[in-house]
Design a protein around this ligand. Structure first.
Ligand code: ADP
Ligand code: MG
Length: 341
C-alpha cells in the first residue's frame, strides 16, 4: 500500500433515464442518460447539458438516449456517454490505473449481445475488472434487503423505460416481470391529457415537470400529501396563441389511470405465479418500491389497496439502484449472482 490505493472502484447504474456513479461511497455522477452529437457523430454534450438540448436541436445536432424501453438501444452512444461521465470523475491518481474495478447495473432484459457491448464499453473506458448486476437485484440490495437469505423479498423498480417487478430469494430472482410502463409512458400520458382536455400543446420537459410536482396514483390523497396546483403554459392547439391552465393532482391521477392499472395487473400476475412459501414471506415483509416512479404520490397506498400487502418506499428511491450496485462492488467475491463473462 502506498500513499494512495492503486485500485479504483466504481459502481455504475446505467439507467434508461439516469446514470449514476458511486466512487469512494459517494455519488459523483447523477445525470440524465442522454448525449448530444453532431452530424459526424462527435460527442457534443452529455448528461444534464445534453438534456437541455432535447426538443431544441437545430439540424446539425441531435440528442440520443442510448437506453430505451429498458434495453441498450445504441451501443456506440452508450460508450460515448460512459466514457464522458467517467472521465469527469475526480480521483486521486489516474483512473486508468492498472486496476479499475467496476460493477455496472444493467436492465434485466439485457441480452448477451448487450451485456458484451456494455462490458466492452466499460473496458474502453478503463475498466480492468468488470462485473454486471441485474437491476432488480441491485434495487433490492439498495433497499436494504437481504437478497441472500432463504426469504422472499419483493421489489418493484419503476424507472424511465421499464418497471421491473421481482421476487428474490437465496441470491436469485425467483419470479419476475418487466413491463414498458414506467416514467416515460407516464410523461407521455400527461402530455396527451393536457392536449386533449385543455387544448394545450406541451413538450416532454413540461410534462415531466407536471409528473414530478403533482403526479399522483390516486384521485384522493392523504391531506399531508396533497401538492399545490400547478400552472402551465403552452400554445393552444386551436389558436396557436399562448394559453395557461392550472392543473391539480386528481386530474393527473386520471391521466395516469390506464398506465397505472397495467402496473397493478403486472404486479397481480407476479403474485399469482409466486410459490406459496415466498408469498407468505412477502405478506410478512411487504414490497419495496424503488426508482423515480416510486415518488408518484399515493402509489404505495394504491398498490396496497389493490393487493392488501404493505408497501415501503426505499430510502432515496432514485439512488437505490446505485447504492445496491455499490454494495455488490464491495462484495464482488461473495455474490455469485454477479455476471462476469
Ligand atoms: N418526483 C417524481 N415523481 C414522479 N416521477 C419521478 C419523480 N422524480 C423522477 N421521476 C421519474 O423517474 C424516472 C427516472 O427514474 P430512474 O429510477 O432514474 O430511471 P432509470 O433507472 O430508468 O434511469 C423518470 O421518468 C422521471 O421522470
Ligand atoms: Mg434504474
Amino acid at each position: 500500500m502506498g500513499f494512495f490505493s492503486l485500485t479504483h472502484e466504481l459502481a455504475i447504474d446505467l439507467g434508461t433515464a439516469n446514470t449514476l456513479i458511486v466512487y469512494n461511497d459517494e455519488v459523483v455522477v447523477e445525470e440524465p442518460s442522454v448525449i448530444a452529437v453532431d452530424r459526424q457523430g462527435k460527442l457534443k454534450a452529455y448528461g444534464h447539458d445534453a438534456a437541455r438540448y432535447i426538443g431544441k436541436c437545430p439540424d446539425h445536432l441531435h440528442t440520443i438516449r442510448p437506453l430505451q424501453n429498458g434495453v441498450i438501444a445504441d451501443f456506440d452512444a452508450t460508450e460515448l456517454m460512459l466514457k464522458g461521465m467517467i472521465s469527469r470523475i475526480k480521483t486521486t491518481g489516474s483512473l486508468f490505473s492498472p486496476s479499475l474495478k467496476m460493477v455496472i447495473c444493467i436492465p434485466s432484459g439485457s441480452t448477451n449481445v448487450e451485456i458484451r457491448a456494455v462490458r466492452e464499453s466499460a473496458e474502453h473506458a478503463g475498466g480492468r475488472e468488470v462485473a454486471m448486476i441485474l437491476e432488480p437485484m441491485a434495487a433490492a440490495l439498495g433497499a436494504g434487503l437481504d437478497v441472500i437469505a432463504p426469504e422472499g423479498n419483493m421489489i418493484i423498480d419503476i424507472g424511465g423505460g421499464t418497471s421491473e417487478i421481482a421476487c428474490i430469494s437465496l441470491g436469485g430472482i425467483v419470479c419476475y416481470k418487466s413491463i414498458n410502463i414506467a416514467g416515460d409512458v407516464f410523461t407521455s400520458d400527461i402530455k396527451n391529457y393536457v392536449r386533449q382536455q385543455h387544448n394545450i400543446r406541451i413538450g416532454e420537459r413540461t410534462a415531466e415537470l407536471i409528473k414530478c410536482k403533482i403526479g399522483a396514483a390516486l384521485p384522493e390523497l392523504e391531506p399531508d400529501e396533497v401538492p399545490e396546483d400547478l400552472s402551465i403554459s403552452g400554445p393552444s392547439v386551436l389558436t396557436s396563441l399562448p394559453q395557461t391552465v392550472t392543473l391539480n393532482y386528481s386530474e393527473i391521477a386520471y391521466a395516469l389511470e390506464d398506465s397505472l392499472s397495467k402496473l397493478d395487473q403486472a404486479l397481480m400476475a407476479v403474485l399469482t405465479d409466486m410459490p406459496a412459501e415466498l408469498y407468505t414471506d412477502v405478506v410478512k415483509n411487504g414490497v419495496y418500491l424503488a426508482g423515480g416512479g416510486a415518488l408518484i404520490k399515493g402509489l404505495a397506498k394504491r398498490l396496497s389497496d389493490k393487493t392488501g400487502l404493505q408497501f415501503h418506499i426505499a430510502e432515496d428511491p432514485l439512488r437505490a439502484v446505485v447504492r445496491g450496485t455499490n454494495i455488490a462492488l464491495k462484495n464482488m467475491d461473495r455474490y455469485s449472482f454477479l455476471i462476469r463473462a
